[in-house]
Each structure stands twice: as C-alpha cells, then as structure tokens.
Design a protein around this ligand. Structure first.
Ligand code: GLA
Length: 385
C-alpha cells in the first residue's frame, strides 16, 4: 500500500489529514545469526517490503491505533495506562514504542496512527521491527526528539523486550532504522557501530532468493529464550561479558574449558564461528572478489545453525538441501529459525530450475508451497510525505 492510500485511509478513519506518512522496511539477514544478543556481528539488509504509517499528534494523552490489514477496528489507549505485558495484540508493538519513548523521558502527548504493512508476518523477515521503527521514526520527527536511527532502534528493542515480552536482540530494529539502498549493513551489536557494504549481486549475474517456508513452529518463542540463556551461561562459565569476547583463535581452548557442558559448548561454537563468518563475508565483499565466494560461507552458517545451535527445522533444511543440489552457490536459514525463511545465493540462470525444484520437493514432502522472491537491498526507514 502506498503513502497516498495510507494517508487517505487516515482521513477516512480520523476525519483529518495526518501530519505525515513514514515507512520502515522488513529485513533479511545475509549472515550473522543468533549473534546479536551475544554482542556480536550481523549483516542484514532492508527489503522493499515496508510498514507505512500515517500519523498526527494529539495533546490529550490518548493513543489511537488502526491497521488497514486487520479487521480489528480502532484501538484507543490512554498513555498513562500503558504498561508492559498488558497487551497481547499487534497493538503492543506501536504502543510499546510510545511507552519506551515516554519511559526514556521524551514528551509524547498522544497520537493518531493508521498503519499498513507489506512485510509478511511470521516469515522471519522482521514485520514487528518494521511496525516499531515506523512509529518511532514518525514520533521522533513530529515531536522533534532529535534521536538518531540507532537510538530509535534501542528504544524499539526495549519496547519488544519489555513491553511485548520477546527477548530479541537489536539486529532487526537497527536494520529497519539504518539500512541503505544497495547496501548490506555490517553492524557491531555491542556498540551499534556500522558500516554500509555495497551489495550489487545482479552486476555479477547473481541473485539472492528469499524462500519463505510459510511455517512457524509453535515452540519458536520459548526455544529462542533457551538459546539466549544458554549463551549467557556460556559467557558466565568462560568469565566474559558476552560470547563476542571469545576470539576465533581461542575457540578450541574455550571449548576445552567448558568440559562436559555439551549443550553450552555447541552454542558457543556456533556463536564464535558465526562471528568469524560475518567477518569473512565482509572481507570478501570489500575486497572486490567474486561474490560467489560468499556462497560456501552461507552454507557453513546453515550447518552450524542446524547442528550446533539447533534452530533449523525440516522445511528450512529441505530448502537448503534442494537448492544446493540444484546448483545454488550457498544457502542458509535466515532470522530466528524454527520456520520462517531461508536465503539462497544462485546464478541468475539457475533461478528458475532451482525455484521449481524447491517447489516440487515441498509438494513431495506434503508441505505447503513456499513463497519465493528475489531480494535486492532496499532503503531503510524514511519519511514518505
Ligand atoms: C530474531 C531476533 C533477532 C536475532 C535473530 C537471530 O530475528 O529478533 O534479534 O536474534 O532472530 O539472528
């Protein structure tokens, strides 16, 4: 849905013009999975799929929220009543952002918000971060808060962690807020320092496909928290602030020190090798080498997520195995796992065969047909009008 449609929807709903319209994208992560809550490295880029919000300020302490995509009517909330854990609906994301802004001392006195999103939900492509960031950016502009993208990302993460109650890292919100068109974002999640890495795979005759398996396994939320707790245990046993502090060169020594803590050893091995893979991909892309060399690094990342971190699932493994068997240069699950999406790096000439093969493999396994689209790095959050 475009800016004009969302603006018109706002007028129909609230009977006045909005003060502006903003957009924030979903993301796909090229490499660096389950590293962000270990203070490590990630490398996402923005998708063309966006959440769009038309917004106007209010002065009476009321927040009105409406989504064009759902049949749920207008939610009307009092700012003074906003409290963590009080809302189990989609409205918790935008309301959580308003709560986080006010908690941080920013003078937000209310808003009317009308939203619409093209980011598929439950696909591991950060539809919730897009919702959070678009609201944060709009309020930042309208209330003249002067916050930078990374600061908005931190507030949105707080909304998600504390208000919504999902223990996620900082990658998705930072990607949505800070990505730039034509670039992947090399992000150090410890201090949020960033580098925009040009990524033009088409120029090399390559394509990056996103394969949305259209499944979300029910236990995904709890398992995410368990992995996070396991990583924290590993860091504590090794006497470091976060697993990011274990250098790749010291990995074997660290694993030896973990003795018979087999589960923690596997988590540590994934995180430390994954950070190394991010650095490898950055080095490859920056060296101007043939980007085909990135493929095996992606595939190694998948093996690590599947075997060590154990967050893959049969559908994601089937995408990866089928793609690789049909000429893909590399493939891996992307995002939190337990369903959602995989990415596939392939020669442009192989895309058709490969897509067909994945579809057939899914049909043969009795799975719902996957959704496949090509991903090209798009712009981060911005004002549309
Ligand atoms: C989800 C979380 C992110 C990150 C990824 C795994 O997308 O929201 O913070 O932890 O999983 O890399």
């Amino acid at each position: 849905m475009g800016a004009q449609e969302v603006r018109e929807g706002f007028v129909r709903l609230y009977g006045a013009e909005p003060e502006g319209v903003w957009a924030a994208p979903g993301r796909v992560n090229l490499i660096g999975e389950h590293t962000d809550y270990n203070d490590g490295f990630v490398m996402p880029f923005a998708l063309p799929h966006i959440a769009v919000a038309a917004v106007a300020r209010r002065t009476d302490g009321v927040l009105r929220l409406h989504s064009a995509d759902l049949d749920s009517g207008v939610a009307e909330l009092r700012l003074d009543d906003l409290a963590p854990g009080s809302d189990g609906n989609w409205t918790a994301y935008p309301a959580g952002v308003v709560w986080a802004l006010r908690e941080a001392g920013h003078q937000v006195t209310g808003a009317d918000i009308h939203l619409s999103s093209t980011v598929p939900s439950g696909a591991g492509l950060s539809s919730s971060a897009a919702l959070e960031v678009v609201v944060a950016l709009a309020l930042n502009d309208l209330y003249d808060l002067g916050l930078q993208g990374w600061q908005l990302a931190r507030l949105c993460q707080r909304a998600e962690n504390v208000y919504v109650g999902a223990p996620t890292g900082i990658m998705d919100q930072t990607a949505s807020a800070c990505c730039e068109e034509g670039h992947a974002l090399f992000l150090d999640t410890r201090d949020l320092s960033q580098k925009q890495i040009p990524l033009d795979l088409a120029a090399e005759g390559l394509r990056l496909l996103v394969v949305d398996t259209q499944v979300t396994h029910a236990h995904s939320g709890g398992e995410y928290g368990k992995r996070r707790a396991g990583c924290e245990k590993g860091a504590a046993l090794l006497g470091v602030d976060a697993l990011r502090d274990i250098a790749y060169a010291d990995l074997d020594a660290a694993l030896a020190r973990l003795g018979d803590e087999e589960e923690v050893r596997r988590l540590v091995r994934h995180v430390v090798t994954e950070d190394q893979r991010v650095e490898q991909v950055v080095a490859l892309l920056e060296s101007g080498a043939d980007s085909r060399a990135v493929g095996p690094v992606l595939t190694a990342g998948h093996a690590s997520l599947r075997d060590d971190f154990r967050v893959s699932c049969p559908e994601l493994d089937l995408v990866v195995d089928t793609a690789l068997a049909h000429g893909a240069l590399g493939a891996r699950m992307t995002g939190g796992g337990f369903g959602g999406s995989a990415i596939v790096l392939a020669e442009a000439a192989d895309v058709e065969t490969l897509t067909k093969a994945v579809g057939e493999a899914f049909a043969a396994a009795g799975y719902k047909a996957p959704r496949v689209f090509e991903a090209v790095p798009a712009a981060g959050a911005r004002r549309l009008s």
